[in-house]
Design a protein around this ligand. Structure first.
Ligand SMILES: C[S@@+](CC[C@H](N)C(=O)[O-])C[C@H]1O[C@@H](n2cnc3c(N)ncnc32)[C@H](O)[C@@H]1O
Length: 270
């Protein structure tokens, strides 16, 4: 298969990647046939997957505007993905041109495309690092250059933690990042769950199996398990809720039923 100019050298384009599959669900063009095939297979079980992703992006944008409204001007977006419509730096810098944003991802396509999109943006940068190694994130060049850890930061862990297995101790990684943040920092989080999916769990499990097959397991956690990521944070109203219920700007009743899958929340460190 030909490697297009936007794809970094050395990536294996015969294996689907979660970030390129996500790009496909959202209608992006940075994906290959292997990604589209896996995404289509996942959608056979859950045809509403793109609706979940759209609700996730819409929540993320509301949460970023909320953070700016709270006076936060620094954003650390871990698992930022392949840039698409309405990225964190666009939303944050539209609300406050001084806002600083660092994207972090371990996927080479996400990193390369973020670098391309951010060219010339002096207040935004990218770190190639893994959430399972928080010190690599905190020690990343762009973090050191752009983020003052003595002032509040909005840490975004949006649609990433469900790709980190319990064996890799995601709770410890989240706690390590929390401990590096100044008081008044925010944790903005979404997470997949069987709770809220408008389908029997056995059917939704077909989607989980697709991710297992591509060796990037999707970990469905309960609301209670997701709430534990907020240890050390006070929940911002309305708490940990289905995505359309978090400070909606339109009537949640207008949302597709799939949009209520999983949970979203924002916490603030004391
Ligand atoms: C579903 S996308 C979410 C993108 C964006 N946060 C959003 O919600 O629109 C998940 C992203 O997390 C990244 N990711 C998964 N596990 C990761 C890890 N352990 N460290 C860093 N990035 C990771 C993937 O490469 C992918 O780009």
């Amino acid at each position: 298969m030909e490697r297009p100019a936007w794809a970094p050298r050395g990536i294996d384009i015969s294996v689907p990647s979660v970030s390129r599959m996500y790009d496909y669900y959202l209608g992006g063009s940075h994906n290959f046939e292997v990604d589209r095939e896996a995404a289509r297979k996942a959608m056979e079980f859950m045809p509403g997957l793109p609706k979940i992703m759209q609700a996730n992006r819409a929540f993320m944008r509301r949460a970023v505007r909320f953070a700016v409204g709270e006076g936060i001007t620094q954003f650390l977006d871990v698992g930022s993905g392949i840039p698409t419509f309405g990225n964190v730096h666009e939303v944050a810098q539209a609300a406050d041109p001084e806002a600083r944003v660092v994207y972090v991802d371990h996927d080479p396509v996400a990193v390369a495309h973020s670098e391309a999109v951010l060219t010339g943006n002096e207040r935004a940068g990218v770190v190639a690092a893994d959430l399972r190694k928080p010190q690599e994130i905190l020690g990343g060049d762009a973090v050191e250059r752009l983020i003052d850890l003595n002032r509040p930061v909005a840490l975004l862990l949006v649609a990433i933690l469900h790709f980190v297995e319990d064996a890799d101790d995601p709770y410890e990684a989240v706690a390590e990042l929390r401990d590096a943040l100044a008081p008044g920092s925010l944790l903005v989080l979404t997470h997949a769950s069987y709770e809220g999916i408008p389908l029997p769990s056995q059917r939704a499990a077909g989607t989980v199996d697709v991710y297992k097959d591509i060796r990037n397991p999707l970990i469905m956690r309960s609301r209670e398990e997701i709430a534990r990521f907020f240890e050390g944070y006070d929940m911002v109203e309305p708490g940990l809720v289905p995505m359309p219920h978090w400070r909606p700007e339109t009537a949640p009743e207008d949302e597709d039923p799939y949009a209520f899958s999983g949970f979203a929340g924002v916490g603030r460190t004391a």
